[in-house]
Design a protein around this ligand. Structure first.
Ligand code: SF4
Length: 365
């Protein structure tokens, strides 16, 4: 079944570390909403079955309950929606009870909050508009208005963060009514306000990041949040069905500036230009790859997941030579504690996830 990704390219203010496409243009919210609906309508009559919708950003929570409702309603008329998981990314600084209750009534089933830390000094460094008490109250209110699936993002490697302060953040955040955690390492991205030597020297170095990551995996497991992907952890029933589609190589349709799609065996994206998105009748798409290498994709995406890959399937897709190379290299990585091979299934360990790029490179060539 297909997933729908809707990129909401607006933020109240740009965070200094972020390279996602977003602009501060509240006067465009309504035109943007109409453009999203037009693009959804372009799929009408194609009999597309869909079981997830994901509002990502940017900051989808700047949209009103009525605007979100209109988009979901349009999707319901144009796609065959089958008990959909509908996720909306939210910032603690742009939510209130009425809005969250409206999203719930509109059909949103899951909220994902960009909390990042429970330490106000760290939140200040990240340029976030909220403090932890606001984040806590936003998550508690979401649960009170009926959300049973709530996720929080946590950032690792922030300037001044220690193993202890990270531990305390995770203790505070997992004490909230949440069933999912995404833990990301802070990276200095090109072209962001943090892209300078002063900042590179101020944030955690690679060794510290590795320690933070391994501590986080263990601490979250002790709280019942089991790792299912490099950066994602869930309680029973809390995994993101939409994000799993990316890693399982399933189809998704992306709508909105900078949104990527994998549909009809093609990978393509919409340009990062909200004005063009609004003025075009239907978004124009740029094709990335019209015939992606299936074996490569299977290995690269599958090894992000703790469920791992079936070596036999990789061999079926990529040939005998690839299968033999994977078996040979995996045996070496297993000795180093970086992966486990059991009954033909290859899984990376948490230490393996930290070196996943080079491991995948070795397995594939
Ligand atoms: S981190 Fe989130 S809120 Fe901050 S600029 Fe990026 S998309 Fe917007």
């Amino acid at each position: 079944m297909t997933g729908i990704y809707i990129h909401v390219p607006f933020c109240k203010r740009k965070c200094p570390y972020c390279d996602f496409y977003s602009v501060c243009r509240p006067e465009l919210y309504e035109d943007y909403t109409q453009a999203v609906c037009r693009n959804i309508e372009a799929f009408k009559g194609r009999d597309i079955k869909c079981d997830t919708i994901y509002f990502g950003g940017g900051t989808p929570s700047v949209l009103s309950a009525e605007q979100v409702d209109r988009i979901i309603d349009t999707a319901g008329k144009c796609f065959d929606l089958c008990q959909p998981e509908i996720t909306l990314e939210a910032n603690p600084s742009s939510v209130d009870r009425e809005k969250m209750s409206g999203w719930r009534k509109a059909g949103v089933t899951r909220l994902s909050f960009g909390v990042q830390s429970a330490n106000d000094r760290e939140l200040g460094f990240l340029g976030r508009l909220h403090d932890f008490s606001q984040a806590k109250s936003a998550v508690e209110t979401a649960a009170q208005v009926g959300f049973r699936h709530i996720s929080c993002d946590i950032m690792l490697g922030v300037k001044g963060q220690t193993l202890e302060s990270l531990w305390d953040s995770i203790e505070s955040i997992t004490a909230l009514p949440v069933d999912h955690i995404s833990a990301y390492m802070l990276k200095i991205e090109k072209g962001t306000a943090f892209d300078c030597d002063e900042m590179r020297n101020a944030v955690a170095d690679d060794d510290m990041l590795c320690d933070m990551y391994l501590q986080t995996v263990g601490q979250l497991a002790s709280k019942g949040f089991l790792q299912y992907e490099i950066s994602n952890f869930a309680k029973e029933g809390g995994k993101s069905r939409h994000n799993l589609k990316y890693w399982h190589g399933e189809e998704y349709i992306g709508i909105g500036p900078s949104a990527h799609s994998f549909f009809d065996n093609e990978r393509y994206y919409c340009k990062s230009d909200v004005e063009e998105f609004i003025s075009d009748k239907v978004q124009s798409m740029v094709v990335l790859e019209d015939d992606p290498d299936k074996a490569e994709e299977y290995v690269m995406l599958g090894l992000r997941l703790t469920e791992g890959i079936d070596i036999g399937k990789a061999e079926e897709l990529g040939g005998k030579e690839l299968g033999e190379n994977i078996r040979k290299k995996a045996a070496l990585f297993q000795k180093q504690g970086l992966c486990v091979v059991e009954k033909g299934i290859l899984r990376l360990t948490p230490a393996g996830f930290l070196a996943s790029n080079s491991i995948i490179g070795e397995l594939l060539w």
